[in-house]
Write a protein of this length. Structure first.
Lengths: 155, 155, 155, 155, 155, 155
């Protein structure tokens, strides 16, 4: 019976995860499962199937909490994931702005700023925001050093 | 005119802070103001008067966010403050339990445990929870060492 | 069948947890279960029953990792719990000293110091360490202020 | 009168921010204001206009503190911003090196290393540092995988 | 020759540490050395003897940095130690208040509050601050529960 | 005599560092030394020469601890460095997967996910892992916005 029980939890978790994280979540799932299946089993079964499926809080509120934890804790990748999740469960830009400003109070302005960058990327991704054209300021970065920097960034 | 403007913000912030943090908040305010008034001016004017008074999110949701940040970030003193705040704005024990379990997923079980201790203290404080009697286990702590430990704890 | 499956995982988790955390863990379990049973269900089923029971790493190594995370992450309560866990699974004082010194390198000396205080408390608790007598330095703390301070500490 | 009062604080804050963060700060301001103006109102009015304009500490010392918090807290984007700020208020490379080494002691070597990368980027940006040529080590990264990695990095 | 070399560094570090942390630092040193001498060897030789003795920053500025890291990083024990250190190297209360307010901006108000409590304890310890009398508010804490709570706090 | 003593420690540390971090570590060393030699002196002499050379724990266990601290503490650059270190000292993929899953329990799933990305990059780097082909999902990112985003990412 273990298999069936696990499957139900897995299916429930997978469905909720899909609805929450969308296509980008699927891409992550495929990558992690390719490395080792158990790396996705627990996020799907325990996080989404057990905890986030509990009825005590609605999904939008849960995503708001997760996003607060991600921005406040400086886990930038999750900021994008759960901005998607929050929007996918009915959250609004207005609420995101309020969250960001409140985080400035409780975790400091740098976390607010970093969170804003992540949230903006999701709005760009969805075609809901177009960043202003950069100022004609060619002095800021000399030559084509950006490439060497990018290459170095993850050593 | 500056004085008047400031007063309005201060009064608005102070009222919201009082409603949120209750008597323990007043005790803290008196202590910090006695040390230096500006240490309370910004929490009252900026945090409560400016940010937390913004209409975009209701007070209960804001306290839920703050509590998530406090538990996830390990700022234990604020766990108690904002458990009071969450309850004072209509939050329930059931929601707190959901928050704790969700924090286990996103910040790890140790943060959930630490948050639970803080929340329990507030429920005891209000006479809403009575801890179980300790087991008759005299071997755990030899003699009266606890005092020396307590004294050492903040050196 | 769910109940049975859950029971097996719960029993396995509970047994491992008991062996790891000892009497103090039981005291914590009783407190948290009195507040809400689910607060212990997931630590027992998921943390101990699922993850920590996996065969890929031995229990002593797992406790070493947990202790590193607790000291490095500043979750002081868990330092004590998992010092007990590490010793209960065969770890030694010598290894703890090495862990502490290595943490100074990777998380900074303050984390090493805080971790040392927690570890020392467990050694005192077991009668394996006796702190040196305090120096006759009565000037350090004026009068009996320590009580008011302690009272204030968790407001 | 509110508008005028706000303007003065805003103008003072904006001037100090401009002097501190320079052109890159302006670019950030334009982006965040385009997303929502309040995301810049508080950093300018409260952070720069209120707090950082207080006379009790000079601007160079304030930037040193901010940089310590950014490196110690792992907020990498702010490392670059406030390295610029520290240099713009008269700080020196020598002092930055001392700060980095001291951070190794109190926050661990990984934070020192991460901070060094951020500081170096600002020195490159200003043409004050030229990184050594990479060693002829073609085995390190096979083929052109870096692109797929970069694409994945922010999912 | 090793011994001599080590001694010089140790003596230099120990002297600076003594001047910085004072009597409370000696008490800590005796405790940690009693547990294992190497736990003090590196703080004295490397932290104080090597790094903090470097001439590039004066001792007062170094203590300001350390205090910023301690408050911003939430290592409460070190807040007290390095408040003493900052004052012992000529720092003032006014500068501490500015540091606290700036930390609110960059690490959030909860860190400012926690830091304030630690700093206040040192001022009390030195007889430089007397907390206001508690308000006559007997309802806040029912009966003598504080003892059981204190006992539970470090399980 | 100082010079000789230092050299021995430096040589021992440098050898261990080389064996641990490999070519990427050499690239980092060259960059940091070019900026300021002392930025590498302490990591080599103190971290590798003093602490990591202590006999009390084997190198593989030490790298496991460091990796736990890096993933749990969110210092992503070090995840890659010490994944290399762990593998270079005989660690296995199986143990890394166990470490990741255990970190989900104690530091939360987001840290597990971030750690997995870093570890995967090292496996790709060594030709030991090939990520699955991306799904044909062209809607996810409109046009060539990724460049502007990348450019913005480190402002």
């Amino acid at each position: 019976m273990v298999a069936t029980v696990r499957s139900q939890k897995f299916i429930r978790g997978n469905n909720l995860r899909r609805k929450t994280l969308g296509e980008a979540g699927e891409e992550r799932r495929r990558l992690l499962e390719a490395f080792h299946p158990d790396l996705m089993r627990y996020p799907i079964e325990f996080a989404f199937g057990d905890v986030l499926s509990r009825p005590g809080l609605d999904h939008k509120t849960r995503e708001l909490i997760t996003l607060a934890l991600a921005i406040g804790g400086g886990v930038e990748r999750e900021v994008k994931s759960h901005t998607r999740g929050f929007l996918n469960h009915g959250g609004t830009k207005k609420e995101l702005v309020e969250l960001l400003i409140q985080i400035a109070v409780y975790s400091g302005f740098p976390r607010m700023i970093a969170g804003t960058y992540g949230i903006i990327e999701v709005f760009e991704e969805r075609g809901l925001f177009k960043p202003p054209k950069p100022l004609p300021a060619p002095k800021l970065k000399p030559k084509s050093k950006s490439k060497s920097k990018a290459g170095r960034a993850h050593k």
